[in-house]
Design a protein around this ligand. Structure first.
Ligand code: ATP
Length: 316
């Protein structure tokens, strides 16, 4: 569905200063996949999305999206994809249903066809009770559902969503995810979305692609990335810093101590903990606390870049 090779975008600013926003991305997304595209602010997510959706020409590289080349056949690409940007695309003058009908007419549907499609989408996105409201009167989550409906009018096989859940309250975020998952299940729609919410990407997406500084630095299932790149951790607390230092030397794995807290990276923490505790007891070390933790996607990012993805502010 998406085949990008060496996709690059350089912005030239005043005084010939350049910003290399995207630096040679290779990406293949198969039909039906749900991919979360993660990265800190300024990593190049939106620029990549804008190139893949033909809104921005690449400086170099190629991308075939939904069967067509983004440079040679942008109109054909646009006809087969849906794009829901960060800003709402709904106007303020029409009622919700009329917005959908108008969008359908823009895609060449007849008025009765556009009406039928609007009704299908009102049901799919559970917007039926809001059909006669103006978009400006909708809540954030309702409006986001309308945006998704607008992006689906022409039955795209591939849907791009830029930060679909950002700025919504937890309940509306969960609702948006329900709709995204339903869409995929019911129609096999390929979904490529950007998000700042690591837990959402972790639990919902079958594949996570992490971009940093314009380059893809990790790509795989959340579980595989966490196992391969971050690993489980055992955290031990001791009474003294000397004992913590001794814990580090007895650890079978990468270990660090901060004051009286010791963190050890292991492949399988629940299996490794009893043996480690036995070794500490034999060495006469009194352990005052012990726990195991599974890694998060943020741990993956930390391992890869030395910084936390959550250091960045989430845009409201
Ligand atoms: N039109 C532009 N002109 C100049 N620089 C730009 C332009 N658009 C983006 N950039 C720069 O390119 C880099 C990548 O920006 P991009 O918007 O793709 O990042 P992002 O990962 O989507 O960030 P965010 O999460 O904050 O939306 C940033 O350094 C940004 O300042």
């Amino acid at each position: 569905m998406i085949h990008a090779r060496g996709l690059t975008r350089v912005f030239t600013m005043k005084k010939n200063e350049t910003v290399e926003a995207v630096r040679g991305i290779d990406l293949d997304v198969a039909a039906g996949q749900l991919v979360a595209f993660l990265g800190p602010n300024g990593a190049g997510k939106s620029t990549t999305l804008r190139m893949l959706t033909t809104l921005l020409p690449p400086s170099s590289g190629t991308a075939v999206v939904a069967g067509h080349d983004v440079r040679r056949d942008p109109a054909k690409v646009r006809g087969r994809i849906g794009y829901v940007g960060q800003r709402s695309s709904a106007g303020e003058n029409f009622l919700v249903r009329d917005e959908l009908v108008t969008q359908g007419r823009c895609y060449g549907l007849t008025t009765p066809e556009a009406g039928r499609r609007a009704d299908e989408l009102l049901d799919l996105l559970e917007l039926r009770p809001l059909a006669r409201r103006k978009p400006g009167t909708l809540s954030g989550g309702q409006r986001r559902r309308l945006d998704i409906a607008l992006g689906l009018v022409h039955r795209p096989s591939l849907l791009f969503l830029d930060e679909p859940s950002t700025g919504l309250d937890p309940r509306s975020r969960a609702e948006i995810w329900t709709h995204i998952l339903r869409l995929r299940e019911a129609y096999g729609t390929t979904i490529f979305l950007t998000t700042h919410y690591l837990e959402e990407a972790d639990s919902m997406a079958e594949r996570v692609v992490i971009i940093n500084g314009g380059r893809i630095i990790a790509d795989g299932t959340a579980d595989r990335l966490k196992n391969d790149l971050a690993g489980d951790h055992i955290t031990i607390t001791t009474r003294t810093e000397q004992e913590a230092a001794a814990c580090v030397s007895l650890a079978d794995g990468d270990a660090t101590a901060e004051a009286t807290t010791v963190r050890v990276r292991v492949a399988n923490a629940p299996a490794a903990l009893p043996e480690y505790l036995r070794a500490l007891e034999e060495a006469g070390i009194k352990v005052t606390g012990a726990e195991t933790t599974r890694p998060t996607l943020d741990d993956v990012f930390l391992t890869l870049t030395g910084r936390s993805l959550t250091d960045d502010d989430i845009p409201a």
